[in-house]
Design a protein around this ligand. Structure first.
Ligand SMILES: Cc1cc2nc3c(=O)[nH]c(=O)nc-3n(C[C@H](O)[C@H](O)[C@H](O)COP(=O)(O)OP(=O)(O)OC[C@H]3O[C@@H](n4cnc5c(N)ncnc54)[C@H](O)[C@@H]3O)c2cc1C
Length: 452
């Protein structure tokens, strides 16, 4: 029998990961009265925002035995959302350059500023006292075959190599999903002699000096990294699946940066043929093709799977009905404003666990998931886009807010997200330094005065 959800019960909850998702999950769980242990394999909080010069020994990151480097952040990275929009709702991401000279006051700051913000958040809410640093979770499995609802967690302290085996009432998975690369399929690649890598292992442009580089991808990273590398490389070519087959465009402002459709095939002599018929001799192919959800520690005997990058079944992207509410995930949706969404998902999980917020029956949750899958299929949307949200994120967040009794997403935040998206597409070079949504910034700061 699973533990009953009588009103306001406190549980012993494990959170996996101390990135932006795990930090706010820990705060909300403790606020609700649960006892919390956060497992974090790195030495500090911040997850993907902890920049490191290190990269993985396997540049494509496909070797399952490789030592994993968590962060995918590159040296020049600045946020692609304005700070007002990006921060948690009750801990605004405001300029704190008055507090320390090393802060970055820009509206679209560098990765170091986001890390500093997350560190401030952890300090403000005393999160670190709940975190076991340098401790990797190796296995998460139901504690017994009888389905007691409890979870067995095996972990190891990285240095000491001592394994711990513990039982928790509930597990909240916040392990991030920008670690396990997806790769493009390229005909002829096995005998192509050049260097292949994934953007996960890109840090700085210098190694690409005087080289001819092809980047595959239409994402923010392909866009940013191509410009970064074009400063030193001989030529940079971006191959995008969504570009028309005859695309051959020189990027304005650059003498050495071109856009193409996908690669048709590559050859033993080092050349690359694009679908537009252009052939060039290439030194490096970089896959900026995104990541796969990956939960190497999770053992659910097939009850929770990753199928073509669909994590499922998940009710509202959070609870697998078979284990609800004792297993949950924060941070699965993508193309979203992540931090405020993590905050609402975490409030919901905390309230459901304590019995304050009801969940539908397992059957009804499954019914809703099946309806979602059928709708996606009928609309011709591939499984791998199940968790993509974009504009629908606000309806989703507002639903979460209604469950938790919180105010809906602020209008200014929604408008700022949409306006930034439009400016990014129209002015990819300058959107981080020039903007027109000053009225939205004022509205944001009016709201922030409640918290700052
Ligand atoms: C290149 C890049 C640019 C981005 N730009 C933006 C942006 O501009 N704005 C924005 O809002 N978002 C951006 N994002 C999205 C970003 O991922 C989210 O903002 C957010 O940081 C994700 O937080 P998370 O906690 O889900 O995951 P992560 O930050 O990845 O944290 C997961 C944590 O789990 C730990 N962990 C994993 N497995 C284990 C284990 N087995 N045992 C113990 N600990 C474990 C990791 O060490 C890590 O600390 C960007 C992402 C990338 C990759």
């Amino acid at each position: 029998m699973a533990p009953s959800l009588s009103p306001i019960r406190s549980h012993h909850v494990a959170v996996i990961g101390a990135g932006a998702a795990g930090l706010v999950a820990a705060r909300e769980l403790r606020r609700e009265g649960h006892s919390v242990v956060v497992f974090e394999r790195q030495k500090q909080v911040g997850g993907t925002w902890i920049y490191t010069d290190h990269t993985e020994p396997d540049p494509l990151s496909v070797d399952p035995t490789r030592s994993v480097v968590h962060s995918s952040v590159y040296g020049s990275l600045r946020t692609n959302l304005p700070r007002e929009c990006m921060g948690y709702r009750d801990f605004p991401f405001v300029d704190r350059s008055g507090e320390s000279v090393s802060r970055d006051p820009r509206r679209f700051p560098s990765h170091g500023e986001v890390l500093a913000y997350l560190q401030n958040f952890a300090k403000e809410f005393a999160i670190e006292e709940m975190v076991r640093f340098e401790t990797s979770v190796l296995k998460v499995a139901p504690a017994s075959e009888e389905g007691t609802g409890k979870w067995r967690i095996e972990s190891t302290a990285n240095e000491k190599r001592d394994r711990r085996d513990e039982i928790y009432d509930a597990v909240v998975v916040c392990n991030g999903h920008y670690i396990e690369p997806r790769l493009a399929k390229i005909p002829g690649i096995s005998s192509w002699p050049g260097k292949e890598m994934h953007s996960h292992n890109y840090r700085v442009p210098e190694p690409f000096k005087d080289q001819v580089v092809v980047l595959i991808g239409n994402s923010a990273s392909a866009d940013d990294i191509s410009r970064d590398i074009a400063r030193v490389a001989k030529e940079v070519h971006v191959a995008g699946r969504s570009n028309a087959a005859d695309t051959f465009i020189k990027r304005s402002g650059y003498s050495n940066l071109w856009m193409h459709p996908m690669i048709e095939r590559v050859h033993e002599n080092g050349s690359v043929l694009f679908q537009n018929g252009k052939t060039i001799s290439v030194d490096v192919i970089m896959h900026c093709t995104g990541y796969k959800y990956h939960f190497p520690f999770l053992e659910t005997s097939g009850s929770v799977t990753v199928d073509d990058n669909r994590v499922g079944p998940l009710y509202k992207d959070v609870f697998p009905p078979a284990f609800a509410p004792w297993l949950s995930f924060v941070g699965i949706p993508w193309k979203v404003v992540p931090f405020p969404m993590f905050e609402l998902q975490s409030k919901w999980i905390a309230g459901v666990l304590s019995g304050r917020i009801p969940l539908p029956s397992k059957e009804n949750m499954m019914k809703e998931i099946r309806t979602l899958y059928s709708t996606l299929e009928a609309e011709g949307i591939a499984k791998r886009y199940t968790h993509q949200m974009g504009i629908t994120q606000f309806e989703y967040s507002n639903w979460l807010a209604s469950q938790c009794g919180c105010p809906e997403t602020e209008e200014w935040r929604k408008e700022m997200y949409l306006t930034t998206g439009m400016r990014k597409r129209a002015h990819p070079e300058t959107y981080r330094d020039e903007w027109e949504d000053h009225h939205l910034v004022s509205q944001a700061y009016q709201d922030f005065s409640l918290y700052t």
